[in-house]
Design a protein around this ligand. Sequence first.
Ligand SMILES: Cc1cc2nc3c(=O)[nH]c(=O)nc-3n(C[C@H](O)[C@H](O)[C@H](O)COP(=O)(O)O)c2cc1C
Length: 233
Amino acid sequence: MSPDSENQPSVEADLAAMRVGYAVQGSNPPVPESNLSAEALVGGWLPLLRRWLDQARNAGVAEPNAMVLATVDEAGRPASRTVLCKGLSEDGLVFYTNYGSNKARQLAAAPYASATFAWTAFAHQVTVRGPVERVAPEVTDAYWRTRPRGSQLGAWASAQSRPIDSRAALDDRLAETAARFAGVDEVPTPPEWGGFLIRPETVEFWQGRANRMHNRVLVTRVADGWSAERLQP
Ligand SMILES: Cc1cc2nc3c(=O)[nH]c(=O)nc-3n(C[C@H](O)[C@H](O)[C@H](O)COP(=O)(O)O)c2cc1C
Protein backbone atom coordinates (compact mmCIF):
# COMPACT_ATOMS: atom_id res chain seq x y z
CA MET A 1 0.00 0.00 0.00
CA SER A 2 2.99 2.37 -0.15
CA PRO A 3 2.77 5.07 -2.85
CA ASP A 4 4.04 4.27 -6.34
CA SER A 5 6.59 7.09 -6.64
CA GLU A 6 6.82 6.81 -10.45
CA ASN A 7 3.11 7.25 -10.99
CA GLN A 8 1.65 10.02 -8.86
CA PRO A 9 -1.24 12.37 -9.71
CA SER A 10 -0.39 16.04 -10.17
CA VAL A 11 -1.97 18.71 -7.98
CA GLU A 12 -4.35 20.79 -10.11
CA ALA A 13 -4.22 24.40 -8.97
CA ASP A 14 -7.90 25.06 -9.78
CA LEU A 15 -9.16 22.13 -7.81
CA ALA A 16 -6.69 22.64 -5.00
CA ALA A 17 -7.95 26.20 -4.52
CA MET A 18 -11.63 25.19 -4.31
CA ARG A 19 -12.56 25.36 -0.68
CA VAL A 20 -15.42 26.66 1.45
CA GLY A 21 -14.89 28.07 4.92
CA TYR A 22 -18.05 26.86 6.62
CA ALA A 23 -19.77 29.25 8.93
CA VAL A 24 -23.48 29.70 9.42
CA GLN A 25 -24.90 28.95 5.98
CA GLY A 26 -26.56 31.74 3.99
CA SER A 27 -29.93 33.16 4.85
CA ASN A 28 -31.45 29.78 5.69
CA PRO A 29 -31.90 29.35 9.40
CA PRO A 30 -29.15 27.06 10.68
CA VAL A 31 -30.16 24.05 12.71
CA PRO A 32 -29.40 25.09 16.28
CA GLU A 33 -26.22 23.64 17.70
CA SER A 34 -28.29 22.10 20.49
CA ASN A 35 -29.92 19.75 17.95
CA LEU A 36 -26.55 18.30 17.15
CA SER A 37 -25.47 17.62 20.69
CA ALA A 38 -24.86 14.02 21.64
CA GLU A 39 -27.51 14.42 24.36
CA ALA A 40 -30.17 15.53 21.87
CA LEU A 41 -29.46 12.59 19.58
CA VAL A 42 -29.74 9.93 22.25
CA GLY A 43 -33.45 10.05 21.37
CA GLY A 44 -32.59 8.71 17.92
CA TRP A 45 -31.57 9.79 14.44
CA LEU A 46 -34.90 10.18 12.66
CA PRO A 47 -36.04 13.69 13.71
CA LEU A 48 -32.80 15.40 12.74
CA LEU A 49 -32.47 13.53 9.44
CA ARG A 50 -36.04 14.55 8.57
CA ARG A 51 -35.30 18.10 9.53
CA TRP A 52 -32.19 18.36 7.39
CA LEU A 53 -33.98 16.73 4.47
CA ASP A 54 -36.91 19.15 4.81
CA GLN A 55 -34.53 22.08 5.08
CA ALA A 56 -32.83 21.07 1.81
CA ARG A 57 -36.18 20.48 0.09
CA ASN A 58 -37.66 23.79 1.27
CA ALA A 59 -34.59 25.62 -0.02
CA GLY A 60 -35.08 24.10 -3.48
CA VAL A 61 -32.04 21.81 -3.43
CA ALA A 62 -32.24 19.53 -6.49
CA GLU A 63 -33.06 15.92 -5.58
CA PRO A 64 -32.72 16.44 -1.82
CA ASN A 65 -33.52 12.74 -1.22
CA ALA A 66 -30.56 11.56 -3.34
CA MET A 67 -28.07 9.46 -1.42
CA VAL A 68 -24.90 7.71 -2.47
CA LEU A 69 -25.32 4.02 -1.75
CA ALA A 70 -22.23 1.92 -1.17
CA THR A 71 -22.23 -1.85 -1.35
CA VAL A 72 -19.53 -4.50 -1.47
CA ASP A 73 -18.88 -6.60 -4.57
CA GLU A 74 -18.04 -10.29 -4.84
CA ALA A 75 -14.33 -9.53 -4.38
CA GLY A 76 -14.95 -7.49 -1.23
CA ARG A 77 -14.40 -4.21 -3.05
CA PRO A 78 -16.65 -1.18 -2.56
CA ALA A 79 -19.12 -0.06 -5.25
CA SER A 80 -21.20 3.11 -5.09
CA ARG A 81 -23.93 4.91 -6.98
CA THR A 82 -26.74 7.38 -6.27
CA VAL A 83 -30.29 6.27 -5.43
CA LEU A 84 -33.35 8.14 -4.19
CA CYS A 85 -34.60 7.64 -0.65
CA LYS A 86 -38.33 6.95 -1.04
CA GLY A 87 -39.22 5.97 2.50
CA LEU A 88 -38.04 7.16 5.90
CA SER A 89 -39.27 5.80 9.23
CA GLU A 90 -38.01 4.39 12.53
CA ASP A 91 -37.44 1.14 10.62
CA GLY A 92 -35.01 2.80 8.25
CA LEU A 93 -34.56 4.09 4.71
CA VAL A 94 -36.15 2.62 1.59
CA PHE A 95 -34.97 2.86 -2.00
CA TYR A 96 -36.22 1.14 -5.15
CA THR A 97 -34.26 -0.56 -7.87
CA ASN A 98 -33.99 -3.53 -10.19
CA TYR A 99 -33.42 -6.80 -8.30
CA GLY A 100 -31.12 -8.03 -11.08
CA SER A 101 -28.91 -4.90 -10.99
CA ASN A 102 -25.31 -4.91 -9.80
CA LYS A 103 -26.27 -3.34 -6.50
CA ALA A 104 -29.03 -5.88 -5.89
CA ARG A 105 -26.75 -8.82 -6.67
CA GLN A 106 -24.14 -7.36 -4.36
CA LEU A 107 -26.73 -6.90 -1.62
CA ALA A 108 -27.91 -10.50 -2.04
CA ALA A 109 -24.36 -11.70 -1.36
CA ALA A 110 -23.44 -9.07 1.27
CA PRO A 111 -26.66 -7.58 2.69
CA TYR A 112 -25.11 -4.51 4.22
CA ALA A 113 -24.88 -0.94 2.93
CA SER A 114 -23.71 2.57 3.67
CA ALA A 115 -25.72 5.52 2.32
CA THR A 116 -24.61 9.15 2.38
CA PHE A 117 -26.66 12.30 1.86
CA ALA A 118 -24.58 15.43 1.20
CA TRP A 119 -26.44 18.76 1.25
CA THR A 120 -23.45 20.92 0.51
CA ALA A 121 -25.52 24.14 0.39
CA PHE A 122 -25.97 23.66 4.12
CA ALA A 123 -22.66 21.96 4.90
CA HIS A 124 -24.65 18.97 6.08
CA GLN A 125 -23.84 15.31 5.58
CA VAL A 126 -25.54 12.23 7.00
CA THR A 127 -24.20 8.69 6.64
CA VAL A 128 -26.36 5.71 7.51
CA ARG A 129 -24.93 2.17 7.77
CA GLY A 130 -26.70 -1.06 8.44
CA PRO A 131 -28.09 -4.35 7.19
CA VAL A 132 -30.33 -4.33 4.14
CA GLU A 133 -33.36 -6.44 3.30
CA ARG A 134 -35.99 -6.45 0.57
CA VAL A 135 -39.28 -4.77 1.49
CA ALA A 136 -42.51 -6.79 1.29
CA PRO A 137 -44.05 -6.97 -2.22
CA GLU A 138 -47.09 -5.00 -0.97
CA VAL A 139 -44.79 -2.12 -0.03
CA THR A 140 -43.18 -2.18 -3.47
CA ASP A 141 -46.61 -2.36 -5.15
CA ALA A 142 -47.90 0.64 -3.21
CA TYR A 143 -44.92 2.72 -4.32
CA TRP A 144 -45.03 1.35 -7.88
CA ARG A 145 -48.57 2.67 -8.29
CA THR A 146 -47.38 6.21 -7.53
CA ARG A 147 -44.82 6.14 -10.36
CA PRO A 148 -45.61 7.86 -13.66
CA ARG A 149 -46.44 5.46 -16.50
CA GLY A 150 -43.27 6.44 -18.36
CA SER A 151 -41.11 5.38 -15.40
CA GLN A 152 -43.08 2.16 -15.08
CA LEU A 153 -42.49 1.30 -18.74
CA GLY A 154 -38.82 2.21 -18.40
CA ALA A 155 -38.45 -0.18 -15.47
CA TRP A 156 -39.96 -3.02 -17.54
CA ALA A 157 -37.81 -2.16 -20.56
CA SER A 158 -34.44 -1.96 -18.80
CA ALA A 159 -32.55 -4.97 -17.47
CA GLN A 160 -30.56 -2.62 -15.28
CA SER A 161 -26.77 -3.01 -15.21
CA ARG A 162 -26.67 -5.55 -18.06
CA PRO A 163 -24.99 -4.62 -21.35
CA ILE A 164 -26.93 -3.56 -24.46
CA ASP A 165 -25.59 -3.01 -27.97
CA SER A 166 -26.74 0.55 -28.61
CA ARG A 167 -28.97 3.44 -27.64
CA ALA A 168 -31.24 2.44 -30.52
CA ALA A 169 -31.62 -1.06 -29.09
CA LEU A 170 -32.60 0.46 -25.75
CA ASP A 171 -35.15 2.76 -27.40
CA ASP A 172 -36.56 -0.26 -29.25
CA ARG A 173 -37.04 -2.08 -25.96
CA LEU A 174 -39.04 0.86 -24.60
CA ALA A 175 -41.17 0.98 -27.75
CA GLU A 176 -41.83 -2.78 -27.50
CA THR A 177 -42.74 -2.43 -23.85
CA ALA A 178 -45.10 0.47 -24.56
CA ALA A 179 -46.81 -1.61 -27.27
CA ARG A 180 -47.07 -4.61 -24.97
CA PHE A 181 -48.90 -2.60 -22.30
CA ALA A 182 -50.83 -0.38 -24.72
CA GLY A 183 -54.23 -1.72 -23.69
CA VAL A 184 -53.37 -2.10 -20.01
CA ASP A 185 -54.56 0.66 -17.67
CA GLU A 186 -52.38 -0.21 -14.69
CA VAL A 187 -48.93 -1.45 -15.58
CA PRO A 188 -48.09 -4.25 -13.10
CA THR A 189 -44.94 -4.27 -10.98
CA PRO A 190 -42.11 -6.10 -12.79
CA PRO A 191 -41.06 -9.26 -10.99
CA GLU A 192 -37.45 -8.06 -11.01
CA TRP A 193 -38.09 -4.70 -9.41
CA GLY A 194 -38.67 -3.55 -5.83
CA GLY A 195 -37.55 -1.87 -2.67
CA PHE A 196 -34.78 -2.38 -0.18
CA LEU A 197 -34.81 -1.25 3.45
CA ILE A 198 -31.60 -0.17 5.14
CA ARG A 199 -32.01 -0.69 8.89
CA PRO A 200 -29.63 1.83 10.49
CA GLU A 201 -27.11 0.56 13.00
CA THR A 202 -25.18 3.81 12.94
CA VAL A 203 -26.10 7.27 11.68
CA GLU A 204 -23.47 9.98 11.58
CA PHE A 205 -24.44 13.65 11.37
CA TRP A 206 -21.82 16.08 10.13
CA GLN A 207 -22.15 19.84 10.12
CA GLY A 208 -19.39 21.99 8.63
CA ARG A 209 -17.93 24.67 10.91
CA ALA A 210 -15.16 27.25 10.63
CA ASN A 211 -11.50 26.20 10.55
CA ARG A 212 -12.41 22.58 9.80
CA MET A 213 -13.60 22.20 13.40
CA HIS A 214 -16.78 20.52 12.22
CA ASN A 215 -19.47 18.94 14.34
CA ARG A 216 -19.78 15.17 14.08
CA VAL A 217 -22.19 13.13 16.13
CA LEU A 218 -22.38 9.36 15.76
CA VAL A 219 -25.68 7.79 16.76
CA THR A 220 -25.47 4.03 17.42
CA ARG A 221 -28.23 1.48 17.95
CA VAL A 222 -28.03 -0.12 21.41
CA ALA A 223 -30.21 -2.71 23.12
CA ASP A 224 -32.72 -0.22 24.51
CA GLY A 225 -32.64 2.52 21.88
CA TRP A 226 -29.84 4.79 20.71
CA SER A 227 -26.62 6.15 22.13
CA ALA A 228 -24.73 9.12 20.76
CA GLU A 229 -21.17 10.37 20.96
CA ARG A 230 -19.29 13.29 19.50
CA LEU A 231 -16.38 12.56 17.17
CA GLN A 232 -13.43 14.76 16.32
CA PRO A 233 -13.69 16.33 12.90
C1 LIG B 1 -29.89 11.56 -8.75
C2 LIG B 1 -29.91 10.10 -9.11
C3 LIG B 1 -30.90 9.30 -8.59
C4 LIG B 1 -30.94 7.93 -8.89
N1 LIG B 1 -31.90 7.16 -8.31
C5 LIG B 1 -31.90 5.83 -8.53
C6 LIG B 1 -32.83 4.98 -7.84
O1 LIG B 1 -33.62 5.43 -6.97
N2 LIG B 1 -32.81 3.67 -8.12
C7 LIG B 1 -31.93 3.12 -9.03
O2 LIG B 1 -31.97 1.91 -9.24
N3 LIG B 1 -31.03 3.88 -9.68
C8 LIG B 1 -31.00 5.22 -9.45
N4 LIG B 1 -30.08 6.02 -10.09
C9 LIG B 1 -29.11 5.36 -11.02
C10 LIG B 1 -28.00 4.70 -10.20
O3 LIG B 1 -27.10 5.68 -9.74
C11 LIG B 1 -27.24 3.60 -10.96
O4 LIG B 1 -26.70 4.11 -12.15
C12 LIG B 1 -28.11 2.41 -11.30
O5 LIG B 1 -29.00 2.09 -10.22
C13 LIG B 1 -27.27 1.17 -11.61
O6 LIG B 1 -26.43 0.89 -10.51
P1 LIG B 1 -25.77 -0.55 -10.29
O7 LIG B 1 -25.29 -1.01 -11.63
O8 LIG B 1 -24.65 -0.33 -9.32
O9 LIG B 1 -26.83 -1.47 -9.73
C14 LIG B 1 -30.00 7.37 -9.79
C15 LIG B 1 -29.00 8.20 -10.31
C16 LIG B 1 -28.95 9.53 -9.98
C17 LIG B 1 -27.84 10.39 -10.54
